[in-house]
Design a protein. Structure first.
Length: 379
């Protein structure tokens, strides 16, 4: 099973190459869902490890999402006598990620996570060189979702590419010539995308990691970063252009008050016409606000509970800090983009999320005594 997972994560950035008949995002989703199907089927051939760790926040969130979806499904079906597929599919996509979480926590261990991070790093290095070819107009495979040649990696959009690379930085946070050169290339590509989001999230991820490694240096670096961003804002006022986000968010906030507690249901924002101009956003570019719109205040509280339960874990080892840094980046960029609605970023975020629960479980089972948790009884 571990070898299948390693292969899956290595191929993840390139999953859309296997299904070229549709757009990048849907082809990547098809690759992920077919891979989850294969992993799930193989689980019937191999015994899972003993899992004692609980995840009540995640269970509560999935339950609430399912109840809201079931209510919306029945309401629409009773009125139209047609199956509301666009209401069910978002919940099905969420279920796929939950199945992946269960498979990761039940079949992988700390060493497997280390191996996955290593092979994912090699895949990302290839991706960085591929991005360099794109910038030089030498890419013959992808034109980007805009329809013309641009620096998009395999995710289809320069801003999403910058966000992805920003959260993948911890893959290279080990001292070696290979990692240093890769980080330089990674940051060069983030800068070339011209994305303020990628720059801010990238600095945030590095500061988060540095805080647990060298706290005093992190404070100094945070001051330098603040000065740098301030100078950028003064020199180039268009650099932090919000792409109409604030206007759309304001309109959404006005609509939310009608369903503030329970939400309108998963997938309902993409069916609405809120903030429509020349182009309608399928996602709100703010995952937390979209959760409130679709699952209400209850849904947001459950999401924040999941995040709090994750970060209450003492981070002492290199592996736990790197996993937490990736997940922090995912949570950070979720306030400015829609990484949870893109398969590539959501799967990476899930891997970093599930990885820490694997280590928690090994502590509870007493199989790993040196992972750095202070109090094992509370898990």
């Amino acid at each position: 099973m571990s070898n299948l997972f390693i292969l899956f994560f290595f191929l993840l950035p390139w999953g859309n190459f296997f299904f070229r008949t549709t757009d990048l995002w849907h082809s990547t989703g098809h690759f992920v869902q077919v891979s989850i199907l294969i992993l799930f089927c193989y689980s019937f051939f191999e015994k899972p490890k003993y899992v004692q760790i609980l995840n009540k926040p995640l269970g509560s969130f999935i339950c609430w999402s399912g109840l809201v979806t079931a209510y919306g499904w029945l309401t629409v079906f009773s009125k139209t006598q047609h199956y509301p597929i666009k209401i069910f599919l978002p919940f099905f996509n969420l279920l796929c990620l939950v199945w992946l979480y269960k498979l990761i926590t039940e079949y992988l261990n700390k060493d497997d996570i280390e191996m996955i991070l290593r092979w994912l790093k090699y895949s990302v290095i290839i991706l960085l060189f591929y991005c360099a070819l794109q910038y030089l107009k030498l890419d013959e495979f992808f034109a980007g979702l805009s329809g013309h040649d641009e620096l998009t990696g395999t995710i289809g959009n320069p801003i999403h590419l910058a966000g992805l690379l920003a959260i993948l930085q911890p893959l290279f946070f080990e001292k070696s010539r290979e990692n240093i050169l890769s980080l330089i290339l990674l940051w060069l590509i983030i800068i070339l995308t011209g994305s303020a989001t990628g720059l801010v999230v990238g600095l945030g991820v590095f500061l988060f990691w540095l805080f647990f490694k060298k706290r005093r240096l992190a404070i100094s670096f945070s001051i330098v970063s603040t000065v740098l961003l301030t100078v950028l804002r003064l020199v180039n006022k268009g650099f932090f252009f919000n792409s109409d986000r604030f206007r759309v968010w304001g309109l959404v906030c006005k609509e939310i008050k009608d369903k503030f507690i329970t939400g309108f249901g998963l997938g309902t924002y993409s069916l609405s016409n809120i903030g429509s101009t020349n182009y309608h956003w399928q996602h709100l570019h703010n995952e937390y606000l979209q959760v409130v719109f679709e699952l209400g205040l209850i849904g947001l509280i459950l999401v924040l509970w999941c995040i709090w339960d994750y970060f209450k874990t003492p981070l002492k080892t290199d592996l736990t800090i790197r996993l937490a840094s990736i997940f922090f980046g995912f949570c950070f960029v979720s306030g400015m983009l829609s990484p949870a609605h893109l398969w590539l970023t959501s799967v990476i975020g899930l891997m970093s999320y599930a990885g820490l629960y694997i280590i928690k479980n090994e502590v509870v089972n007493g199989t790993k005594n040196s992972v750095g948790f202070k109090d094992t009884n509370r898990y």
